[in-house]
Each structure stands twice: as C-alpha cells, then as structure tokens.
Write a protein that binds this ligand. Structure first.
Ligand code: HEM
Length: 237
C-alpha cells in the first residue's frame, strides 16, 4: 500500500478534478440561461462556478504532482507538459496526450480568468469557451487511461456529469435562439384607439344635448326594407 500511495492520490485527485471541472462548466452554462430562476442569485452561481473551477485546477496539480512522485510510472517534466511524449506501460500515448491537452486548456481558462480585466473581452471569451473542449478531452482521457472507470459508481458519476453539461448546453442554445427570433420579429402594428363614447346624455346651459348620439348628427345607412309584403309595386316602363 505505502509504495502505491501516490498512485492512489493521483487517481482520486484526477477524479475530483474531472468532476469539479464538469460541475463548474455545468453552472457556467446555466447562469445565462436563467433556467434556475431568481434563486439562487447570479452572483452566488458565479461564485460557485469560479470556486469549482479553482477546485478543478488545484486537484489537477495534485493529480500531476502525485504522478511525478509515483515510482511506477516515473514521469519526467516533459512527459507532463508535451503531448505524446509520456510512455507509460499498459497505457497508450494518446490516452495520456489527451490529458496533457486538457490540462493546457484548463490552465489557459483559469489564467485568463485571473487577468480578465487586462485582456480584450473577445480573447477572454474564446479561450473561456475552450473549457468545453477541455472537458471532452479530459473525459476521453479518464475513460482511456483510468483504472477506476470500470467501477460502476465512478462510471455513473462521470456519465451523469457529462450528460448534465450536454443538457444544459442544449437548453442554453435553444433559449438563445428563441430570444434571437423574438428580437428579429417585426414589432406588432398598432391599431388606432377607438374614440371614447359616453352613453349618458350631457345637457348644456340652454337645454341642448352637448353629446348628441351619432345617429342624431350623421345620417346612418338607409333603413332596410321590411322583410316581406310592404314593397311598393314595381312601375312599368
Ligand atoms: C498533464 C496532464 C495529465 C497527465 C500526464 C495525466 C496522467 C494520467 C494517468 C497516467 C492516469 C492513469 C492513472 C491510473 O492508473 O488510473 C490518469 C488518470 C486520470 N486522469 Fe489524468 N492526466 C493529466 C491530466 C488530466 C486532466 C486535465 C484531467 C481532468 C480534469 C484528468 C483526469 C483524470 C482522471 C479522471 C483519471 C482516471 C482516474 C481513475 O480512473 O482512477 N487528468 N491521468
């Protein structure tokens, strides 16, 4: 057990980092979609999103440090930094390279968030969106390199986290499309207001009606002829 302690630490830290990253991305995806209503508030959700992102980074460092100290895998510095360099018995180079790429993307997302005020917003946004790619790569890495992914609890946790992120993404995209459609629709045509008609008669100083009924001022349509029997006889020639 003692000689494997770093292996255990590395595995558990890798799992915590992966799930925290998925949780951070899930919350970050849900914030603009307002699907959670007014409670919890947006600042609270933003803090949660940041905290989970920081947690993912800290546990990623522990994952890598434990691999560095582990005597079995014997990783060097360049194995941790350059994709397709690490050669670990029993694991494909690609399975590790996916983790290295995911780690670089996570580092970029985390570092640019710390200096967000000092970089153009477009840059920050583009780099921030790469968090989705890092989650995809990290998930592929966990499934291909991990020893515990065959454990049903680990597999269920990972699959649920990724499914939740995908669903949140679909909800967000659909809400954005609906809002855009509503913005692009022409404004409804406004009908002229009908005149206000008072029904009770208003009597003036000299006894006349001040608001005569429409039928008393403007001649209405000529009365319809009676339905039967009272037509004048048709005249000849
Ligand atoms: C330089 C980057 C990385 C390297 C060199 C690396 C290396 C490794 C190795 C060698 C394993 C196999 C451990 C075992 O035997 O189970 C592993 C597993 C794992 N890694 Fe990474 N990794 C890196 C980045 C990441 C990142 C960015 C994540 C996700 C945020 C991650 C999450 C995991 C997970 C979840 C496992 C499976 C643990 C288990 O099954 O118990 N790794 N990693």
């Amino acid at each position: 057990m003692a000689d494997q302690i770093f292996w255990y630490i590395s595995r558990s830290a890798g799992l915590v980092s992966w799930l925290a990253a998925a949780g951070s991305i899930l919350v970050g995806t849900l914030i603009p979609s307002r699907i959670l209503g007014r409670r919890p508030t947006i600042p609270w959700l933003t803090d949660l999103h940041r905290m989970l992102g920081a947690l993912a980074s800290v546990f990623l460092l522990i994952h890598l440090a434990a691999l560095w100290f582990d005597h079995f895998v014997q990783l060097r510095f360049d194995d941790l930094l350059i994709p397709w360099v690490a050669d670990i018995p029993g694991l494909s180079r690609t399975s590790i390279a996916l983790g290295v790429l995911a780690a670089w993307m996570m580092a970029a997302v985390e570092l640019t968030s710390l200096i967000r005020d000092r970089i153009p917003p477009d840059w920050w946004r583009t780099i921030h969106l790469s968090a989705y790619a890092s989650l995809v790569l990290g998930t592929a890495h966990a499934f291909l390199a991990g020893s515990d992914i065959t454990n049903p609890i680990v597999a269920a946790l990972g699959t649920s986290a990724i499914t939740a992120v995908l669903l949140a993404l679909v909800v967000r995209i659909r809400r954005r499309q609906r809002a855009k459609r509503r913005r692009d629709e022409p404004p409804p045509t406004t009908r002229p207001e009908p005149p206000i008609v008072t029904t009770s008669p208003v009597i003036g100083d000299h006894g006349g009606l001040l608001n005569p009924r429409p039928s008393e001022t403007t001649p209405g349509p000529s009365p319809r002829p009676p339905a039967s029997g009272h037509h004048p006889p048709p005249t000849r020639g």
